[in-house]
Design a protein around this ligand. Sequence first.
Ligand code: PRT
Ligand code: ZN
Length: 284
Amino acid sequence: MLRIAIQKSGRLFEDSVALLRDAGISFGSSPNRTLRTQASNFPLEIIFLRDDDIPEYVEGNVVDAGIVGENVLLEKQKTVRCIERLGFGNCRMSIALPRNTRYEGPQSLDNLRIATSYPGILESFLNKQNLQAEIHEISGAVEIAPSLGLADAIFDIVGTGSTLLANGLREVETVLESEALLIVNPSLDSEKQEILDRLLFRIHANRNAKNHRYILMNVPNHRLSEIVSIIPGMKSPTVLPLAAPGWSSLHSVVPEGIFWDVLERLKGAGAEGILVVPIERMIL
Ligand code: PRT
Ligand code: ZN
């Protein structure tokens, strides 16, 4: 049995649940009623925790694995192994100043009072930049500290930036880009490692599927080699004869990021009846 901790409620909760469910794992998820639940079809126990506690619980072997923001992991400085960047919970950690304060680079931060809930990450940034600043640790509502006269600047999480804007602040320095991570205890026994490998196999199959499209098209045989050269498939594309003489059906897999480009070029080269189909799972 592998024990994994996910956030009880908050910004990572839904995506963490979806990640496990998309991996075919069935479990009840009402963390208001229960703080732990066991999957019915996979050897996994899910524990719902505050995100701040997850690195410590993973380090201390209370749970074997956890899903947590990179920002929290860096702040907590626990000994865990990060095995997967999960591509959700994306945000950045930035320094922001009142809109009208002048900023001419990091030296403008020297000797300021900076409010934050992340004193560790801020301190290491200031040390790297050789800056002296007074760090004011506060646990929430960091954005209002400058208008209350508690601080000259803040260091906090930024998503869209609209909270900064609403509080008359301007982002001046991005210190960290963060996303949700899958972390594990560094000394899992072989049984737990095997379960983790199965989970990772499923997560990768889903991610590859999301990042690719299956395309099918009809191609006149005399343009076949030109069209094949346009397609950046996994291996070589499948070519099947059509009932109509002189034509073939061509199937391949194309990365999500470039498929519009590829489609335009295929059409230009004489492909017809092009179909683009989502992929359910993909094992490379
Ligand atoms: O209760 P618990 O301790 O578990 O949760 P929490 O309140 O500490 O964390 P939560 O749920 O707010 O965030 C969990 C994680 O989501 C963070 O640690 C980040 O890794 C990630 N994340 C992604 C964010 C944001 N985006 C985000 N926008 N965390 C916080 N915010 C805040 C931001 O600081 C601002 O106050 O959301 C507000 C809105 O942001 P804007 O820039 O879009 O206006
Ligand atoms: Zn938290």
